[in-house]
Write a protein that binds this ligand. Structure first.
Ligand SMILES: CC(C)(COP(=O)(O)OP(=O)(O)OC[C@H]1O[C@@H](n2cnc3c(N)ncnc32)[C@H](O)[C@@H]1OP(=O)(O)O)[C@@H](O)C(=O)NCCC(=O)NCCS
Length: 163
């Protein structure tokens, strides 16, 4: 897409991020989760996509604890302006975020989300299978950024996610 700019989110983006999440999900829950993750200091990385000066995409990654071992990251929420969905904005945000996490040494990234969307970025149910949490099945996936620990263990989610 032309004129699409990805950048780190800043404090002044907060109202636009909340508005975007509310419109994309059609409810306020995810905007509230973003606010609570920020308040608790549970944000690892937050990127936004801008088109012609307007915020049209958002992705957040949070720290994921793996009991007794090194941690990983979790993806979500993410959202794209309803008028621009299915035009590649979300894919650019996911790829840019994963690249930045990989560069920073994150070992593994988990996601609870659409089973037919995230596999295109390397996420799979099998990569998450050795980790224990209340989620199991095709919607709970992981992508390994590098080989090595943690390979298993109980996952600890930030409290804002209410897990
Ligand atoms: C899901 C979402 C972030 C994807 O962003 P996007 O910019 O629309 O996606 P892209 O253009 O990068 O990718 C388009 C592909 O995603 C698929 N896709 C989009 N929304 C999807 C959904 N809700 N479920 C499954 N697949 C979806 C499309 O089918 C398309 O697949 P194709 O390339 O095989 O045709 C965006 O649609 C959105 O904000 N949805 C509402 C909020 C939401 O569901 N967030 C994610 C929670 S896990």
């Amino acid at each position: 897409m032309e004129n699409l700019k990805l950048r780190l989110a800043t404090e002044s983006d907060r109202p636009a991020i909340a508005d975007l999440n509310t419109r994309a999900f059609g409810r306020p829950d995810e905007a509230r989760i973003v606010a609570e993750l920020e308040k608790a200091g549970d944000v690892l990385l937050q990127l936004v996509a801008e088109k012609d000066g307007r915020l049209v995409g958002h992705i957040l990654f949070y720290p994921m604890g793996v009991r007794g071992k090194l941690g990983g990251a979790g993806l979500g929420p993410m959202s794209v302006d309803p008028s621009l969905q299915r035009s590649g904005v979300g894919s650019q945000l996911v790829r840019a975020g994963l690249k930045m996490l990989q560069d920073s040494g994150a070992p593994i990234v988990f996601v609870l989300g659409h089973a037919d969307y995230y596999p295109r970025f390397g996420f799979s149910e099998s990569a998450a299978a050795e980790f224990n949490c209340k989620f199991k099945g095709p919607h709970f996936m992981a992508v390994r950024m590098r080989y090595g620990p943690p390979m298993s263990g109980e996952l600890i989610f930030p409290s804002a996610l209410g897990v």
